[in-house]
Design a protein around this ligand. Sequence first.
Ligand code: SF4
Length: 459
Amino acid sequence: MDIRRVVLIHPGREGPIWGRGSGAPYTLMRLASLVPEEIPVEIWDENLTPVDHRLRQLGPHDLVGITSKTLAIESAERFARIAHECGVQTVVVGGAHATLAPEDVAQWADVVVTGEAYRTWPQIIQDFTDDELKPRYHDSEWCDLAGVAPITDRVIEMIDENHRYWTPMLEITRGCPRNCSFCTAIRVSGNKMRLRPVEEIVDEIERRRIKRFFLTDDNFGLAFHTNPDYIEAVLKALAKLPLHGWTTQAEMLISEHSDLLALAREANLDKVFLGFESVNPDNRRELGGKSKGLVSQYLEAIRRIQAHGIGVVGLFVFGFDHDTPQTMMDTWDFARQSGLDSVSMTILTPYPGTPFRAQLTEENRLMDRPWRYYDPAPLAFCPERMTVEELVSAYAWFCRRAYSPLNIARRGVRVLTRHSPSRIPRKLFGSFSTDYGYRKTFDWRHVEGSRLLSAWGSG
Ligand code: SF4
């Protein structure tokens, strides 16, 4: 069948923030770049503009691809239904949820893509043209990142990310060898850390003309430890670019690499999102070896990183089997004394394919809840040492304190004092925006969580 165009859709929840999308749809930018130049391609991002009414323009000769995380998969299903009503014959669904739960997606998608789609996506386009589509495409190997799906100038121009998005995304490494019980990274990105060639990273930044970015890497910080020579080369290359700042996820090991941290600062690394996960040492078994619940270690790591002028956002998860409401109070005590630039608190979520979910299933503690609640997920499982209500109340108790206007202002001002006066105007937005984003997420979770608690009870 002749292709009229390829439409790639990114379902979103938050919508535009002050007229822009929060993060550019990086995966779709790369998949769009694999579409042959002679075929028109569009990216529809629900965080930028509503998608439902645009779907009415589609027809049988349009190939529709949707990427989705678990949280948004019900939106993806709705998009597929509307597209089918308009005569679309092929809706291809990939991304994290399709990889983790392909049978679930296969109930309503025409084609399910599991694994990385960089090899299968061009094949799907060809098979659509040849009328030879199969219901399932599986990328069985973790591809070498060298030369994989470079973003084309056509896509760069189309997406116009520097004007339409707050945060461009970038990939330097992919995969994580840790296996934290709750994390999907090992199943979605592989357990071996793969590295992009330095020259390809530089080329992409220059062609996209981005001055700041957030790394999509699962655990960039671990590469400081496992691949220090590579990281040194990356940081030296980034230092030569006119960047305003960038941020990444990392783990505490990064604090042991003082030389690389100094280079990172020269390369304009602004802040790291550090997965401490828990202040409860009894949870150490769940934390994949990267964190042991020892507050004294956390404080030392924060101090060392901040000494290089790099900010630290602490990431915590609540709801492990050894957690009680007291754990949340201990976390708040730690957050207050730690000097963290910002703090993220999420409730443990039993994503498909994780050891945590398997354990809950075996122990008959998993509740049958819609996927759209797999973000806060306060009602998706029965905690071990507290009731669901206690878990939700403790979470709200923490967030009300952490994200009160006064505490957001305190942390933001403290961050600004680390910068020279000439850099403060440029750093103003970033010093408050992370906390503001967490506050917004909490508001959504709190309203939904409370509504569900009263609708369903504790299950
Ligand atoms: S270290 Fe981070 S990315 Fe790696 S498995 Fe644990 S939570 Fe996931």
